[in-house]
Design a protein around this ligand. Structure first.
Ligand SMILES: Cc1cc2nc3c(=O)[nH]c(=O)nc-3n(C[C@H](O)[C@H](O)[C@H](O)COP(=O)(O)OP(=O)(O)OC[C@H]3O[C@@H](n4cnc5c(N)ncnc54)[C@H](O)[C@@H]3O)c2cc1C
Length: 351
């Protein structure tokens, strides 16, 4: 325990705790497995006047090359329970549980609602932060409650799904309450014996060609599609050394989207801009904007670049955070200049 009132190490390389393998050392690194350990860690950090950065499995976060001059608190609480009532099952999972392991277990138990989230790296505690989603499914659809610990008061609180203000890759935890809470547990409400609801065209086409459409088939199809795009973390695949999508798909008011289409046509663009209608407006494919702004898949610059299999995934090829952020800023600037659309970053950047 080296004198700390909670499990803590000093000078831990953050690159080793992130899927993009970037980031210098953390002055202190605490892997907290219980609420009590989290509380002790937060109190200690407060008495030392140190900043605290919460970490899950490091798949959506970018640390500075200089590292972090504070305490990185890895929320590693493990607990898992299934409770059945009528047609539903409530699944409670500790923040430190592996999301993909949870999805696999639920699929095996015939519980539907999170099967399309197969293959997303990360811990359960991070799921509500950006309302993870893929292939037509979002965590917000099944999250019943989120338990948190307030970093300021050290008190526990619980939010119903509706109170989390979920949106596309968005929630209260990533906006108004950014940095205020540690998520300690998430409860999902899943349907027993459920049939998958396939809403994504590419997934539907893949299932149609295999002829199967049960939960297991959906999970396998999603994993296969993701592997093709290097969207599962695979030590054998250098294109997966990323944080997944680096940019979110911009959602534009309808008039702005019409302006974008006019602009594209005036440039001689033949096809229309790929987009689809969402309640908030028109969601435009960021990957299309990135490629049309001159950043093709496989683009390389120094030690960083763009995945050969996914235009939105910036990859680390032995470079630095500084190089990666410079590339991201360049892409943003070119897209803004050419299309008048501002791309927002998806991962947390901790400098
Ligand atoms: C190859 C690849 C594919 C991906 N595909 C997808 C995808 O399809 N859809 C998608 O939505 N995302 C995707 N992601 C992004 C990422 O996996 C998810 O956002 C995931 O939820 C992040 O989990 P994490 O535990 O790694 O969080 P981290 O990266 O450790 O943290 C991310 C943010 O959440 C905060 N956080 C983490 N845990 C807690 C907690 N317990 N309490 C409070 N705050 C916390 C951190 O402070 C940070 O701000 C992908 C990433 C990769 C590398």
């Amino acid at each position: 325990m080296n004198g700390f009132p909670f499990p803590c190490l000093e000078g831990v390389s953050l690159a080793e705790h992130t899927t993009i393998r970037l980031g210098g050392p953390s002055r202190f690194f605490a892997e907290c497995r219980t609420l009590e350990e989290i509380r002790r860690c937060l109190l200690w950090a407060r008495t030392q006047g140190l900043r605290v950065q919460v970490l899950g499995r490091g798949s959506n976060i970018l640390f500075a090359d200089a590292g972090f001059d504070g305490v990185v608190l890895k929320a590693a609480l493990k607990d898992l329970s299934f409770q059945e009532t009528g047609a539903w099952a409530e699944v409670q999972a500790g923040a430190g549980e592996n999301l993909d392991m949870l999805v696999r277990l639920c699929v095996e138990k015939g519980l539907s609602g999170i099967e399309c989230l197969s293959g997303i790296p990360g811990a359960v505690g991070a799921v509500p932060i950006q309302n993870v989603g893929a292939y037509g499914q979002e965590a917000a659809e099944t999250i019943r409650t989120v338990k948190v610990l307030d970093l300021r008061t050290l008190e526990e609180a619980e939010f119903a799904g509706k109170e989390c203000r979920f949106g596309y890759r968005q929630s209260r935890f990533k906006s108004d309450d950014l940095g205020r809470y540690v998520v300690t547990q998430v409860a999902f409400r899943l349907r027993k014996g459920g049939r998958p609801e396939v809403r994504h065209a590419e997934l539907a086409a893949s299932l149609a060609s295999s002829g199967a459409a049960d939960l297991k088939a959906v999970r396998e199809a999603v994993l296969a599609l993701r592997r093709k795009k290097s969207m599962v973390v695979d030590p054998a695949d250098p294109e997966s050394v990323s944080v997944g999508s680096f940019f979110m798909n911009p959602v534009l008011p309808r008039e702005s989207f019409e302006g974008l289409e006019r602009r594209w046509r005036s440039m001689g663009g033949e096809a229309s801009v790929p987009a689809f209608i969402v309640p908030e407006g028109v969601k435009v494919a960021a990957a299309w904007l990135v490629e049309r702004a001159g950043f093709e898949k496989g683009y390389r610059r120094g030690g960083v670049g763009i995945s050969a299999n996914h235009a939105l995934a910036l990859v680390n090829r032995g470079g630095t955070t500084r190089e990666l952020l410079a590339l991201a800023r360049d892409i943003q600037a070119k897209v803004l200049d050419k299309f008048g659309v501002r791309l927002e970053l998806e991962p947390a950047v901790v400098e």
